[in-house]
Design a protein around this ligand. Structure first.
Ligand code: IMP
Ligand code: MG
Length: 336
């Protein structure tokens, strides 16, 4: 039986709160499986679970609610990091060892890949070896999960993970990493990550496109980006946003450069992904800073109040994004 799937996808440059959204959706008890569909330990998903802060890099957020969780075939796995993440979660009472599976066709980040990136500065990568691992995958000289003995207990055939032989269709929540602006095809090349960060990567884990129910886009009412390109404006409020929003990399600790939200870019990302539900996180950050600006047509527009700002965004998106049914503004670190 084919699964039924909801997909969580980031519409900006990562760090929009996918971890929180997946954690919160998984809590509903509506899903049988949570599956990561791209990237590797370059990701840093900050999750507050029962008041405690966790940062996951590879393990999908289903484990916090005892839901089986899959690292899909489009991902790359650094085995040492994976095993220590499992250990850390176990130490906190999360049964990650029992719940996590790795698709046998996922690729391995090898130590040479990480070493190669130690001095990387051109793109400003997370230096986790992702780019070299994906390069070797596509050059057909990579190593796959099925060939790595240390994770043999975690392996599963990707088809068996998603499709059910008999009985009920599995309900799968797909967890993305990075974001549209970092996508290898749609992002600002070469300042991108090396994987596909759109819904098409979720499909490639093994779900037929017809099985997708909701596509949940996640964004912030401002933009952040980590990497080597110059990004953002000079307005002092942008520095305040960085501080108030604690915009520092969850994986590398680097400060995230901040800018006003570009609504045209958001529309492009929402439309390419077919977003049906859009969640804005961190509106409380903008409110605390008290400056309401965004970019349309490469021009900065200024708003007097939060309501004016939100109304403009909602009306703009309603006109420009035919698939979006719901737009919500989420502020709590644990719920949406
Ligand atoms: P890589 O994915 O480590 O190759 O890095 C490529 C670019 O993507 C760099 O600008 C990174 O800072 C950025 N990047 C990669 N993963 C994330 C993420 O999870 N959040 C935000 N930026 C990321
Ligand atoms: Mg992150």
């Amino acid at each position: 039986m084919p699964p039924i799937a909801d997909v969580v996808v980031d519409l900006q440059y990562g760090d929009c709160g996918k971890g929180k959204v997946v954690h919160s959706l998984a809590k509903t008890g509506n899903y049988d499986l949570v599956a990561r569909y791209n990237g590797g330990s370059n990701a840093g998903h900050t999750i507050f679970h029962n008041g405690k802060k966790f940062v996951t890099h590879l393990v999908p957020a289903g484990v916090f609610h005892e839901i089986p969780s899959l690292i899909g075939g489009g991902c790359v796995v650094d085995v040492d990091k994976f095993l220590s993440e499992i250990d850390e979660l176990e130490e906190s009472g999360i049964e990650a060892r029992r719940l996590v599976k790795i698709a046998s066709n996922a690729h391995i980040v090898q130590s040479a890949h990480v070493e190669e990136e130690l001095q990387e500065e051109r793109i400003g990568t997370t230096r986790t070896g992702n780019g070299p691992a994906y390069r070797d995958k596509h050059a057909r000289i990579g190593k796959r999960a099925i060939d790595e003995k240390r994770i043999s207990k975690f392996l599963i055939d990707p088809y068996d993970a998603i499709w059910s032989q008999r009985g009920r269709r599995k309900a799968v929540l797909m967890e993305g990493a990075q974001g549209f602006g970092l996508d290898i095809d749609w992002g600002d090349y070469p300042y991108v990550s090396s994987s596909t960060c759109t819904v098409s990567a979720a499909v490639n884990v093994g779900i037929p496109p017809q099985s997708i129910h909701q596509i949940i886009g996640v964004a912030k009412p401002y933009e952040t980006y980590v990497g080597s390109k110059k990004f953002g404006g000079e307005h002092p409020a942008l520095l305040q946003i960085q501080k108030v929003g604690m915009e520092f990399g969850a994986t590398t600790g680097r400060p995230r450069q901040c800018n006003w939200m570009d609504l045209d870019s958001l529309v492009r990302a929402a439309n390419v992904n077919g977003v049906t539900r859009l969640i804005f996180n961190k509106m409380d950050v903008i409110r605390e800073v008290g400056v309401y600006k965004l970019i349309v047509d490469d021009k900065i527009i200024d708003f007097k109040s939060e309501n004016e700002f939100k109304d403009f965004i909602e009306n703009f998106l309603k006109k420009s994004c035919p698939h979006i049914w719901t737009i919500s503004w989420s502020e709590s670190p644990e719920t949406i």
